[in-house]
Design a protein around this ligand. Structure first.
Ligand code: ADE
Ligand code: ZN
Length: 336
């Protein structure tokens, strides 16, 4: 088995996937037609060719604009089902998936419409061998009040959501802005994570706030921790993992950060490889692993360690986690 085949077939998890960021142009056109909406491009190819972003805020503008075609429960179901079918073919067996309710409720789409559609797809995904859990993200460039309202809307669906996250534009929106919201979410039993996107202003201070003030259980991106040995020590000692996204990094910042991800791994940080917004930063989970493998010259053993890390830091219960880790071990055995 060659390296690419090894990467594609090993049973994998991803923990950093914005479901709205998996909306491919072809599906945008299908949903637009179904909902009687016009798109300002002649074709999916033309739309893709017009994508133009080189940092977080220019990406986000196009990401939010793209969501206008998501209107009905079926749209959200079809969006997530398209993702599941695609990654089933890349060996994905487990995903913790972000969704951004405020990006929809702010357009007049009901919270219930969004989560019911996603839930139906999650049930469908079990048929293609993928187990999934939802993480609800608050948009950090919206107000604290809006985050609290969203937390309240989620209460009726508490059992459907494993944790909460924080995403969108990081500039001038530090973790501390949402300290009370995250404290309330923790009280309600949600697991906690937050984005510290690559190369953002004040990034190491944001990572520090996540670790010391908010008490997150993992950090999304967070690879700038390498700049501060004290942060790396905390990550290692507390077993707080990072959800890294190599292809996304090369759009939002400077390069894939493969060397940094490798160095963090060598220093004992539980790093993982994920796709972030695969329809925009082209590449799904196996593609991201393949890019990292090539750029950081990872061995098969190191690939296995990174894949195991994702299950280790996942929000599965212990027996399920162990079952997946055993499954990886047997799969690796079978390749010898
Ligand atoms: N929302 C969707 N993708 C994101 C990213 N990479 N960073 C912050 N917010 C996001
Ligand atoms: Zn992200």
């Amino acid at each position: 088995m060659d390296m690419d085949e090894f990467i594609r077939s090993i049973p994998k998890a991803e923990l950093h996937l914005h479901i709205e960021g998996s909306l491919e142009p072809e599906l945008k056109f299908e949903l637009a037609a179904r909902n009687g909406l016009e798109l300002p491009y002649a074709s999916a190819g033309a739309m893709r060719a017009a994508y133009d972003f080189d940092d977080l805020s220019s990406f986000l503008a196009q990401y939010y604009e793209g969501m206008s075609v998501l209107v009905t429960e079926e749209d959200f179901r079809d969006l997530a089902m398209a993702y599941f079918e695609r990654v089933a073919a890349q060996g994905l067996v487990y995903v913790e998936m972000f969704f951004d309710p405020q990006a929809h409720t702010s357009r007049g789409i009901a919270f219930e419409t969004v989560i019911s559609g996603l839930r139906r797809a999650q049930q469908g995904a079990e048929d293609v061998g993928i187990r999934s859990q939802l993480i609800m993200c608050f948009l950090r460039d919206h107000s604290v009040e809006s985050a609290f309202e969203t937390l309240e809307q989620a209460a009726d669906y508490r059992e459907w959501i494993v944790g909460v996250g924080l995403d969108s534009d990081e500039r001038d929106n530090p973790p501390l802005k949402f300290r009370e919201v995250f404290a309330a979410a923790r009280e309600q039993g949600y697991r906690l994570t937050m984005h510290c996107d690559v190369d953002q202003q004040d990034t190491t201070e944001h990572i520090r706030q996540c670790l010391e003030d908010i008490g997150v259980e993992r950090i999304d991106h967070g690879s700038n921790a390498i700049e501060d040995p004290g942060l790396v020590t905390q990550l290692v000692e507390r077993g707080i993992g990072l959800t890294n996204c190599p292809i996304s990094n090369s759009f939002v910042g400077d390069g894939t950060k493969a060397g940094v991800i490798r160095a963090l791994h060598e220093q004992g940080v539980l790093v993982t490889v994920n796709s972030d917004d695969p329809a925009y930063f082209p590449g799904y989970v196996a593609d991201n692993l393949a890019v990292l493998q090539r750029e950081a010259d990872l061995s098969r053993d190191e690939i296995v360690q990174l894949v195991r890390n994702a299950f280790t830091i996942s929000w599965l219960d212990e027996s399920e986690r162990q079952a997946y880790l055993d499954r990886i071990d047997s799969w690796v055995e079978g390749t010898h």
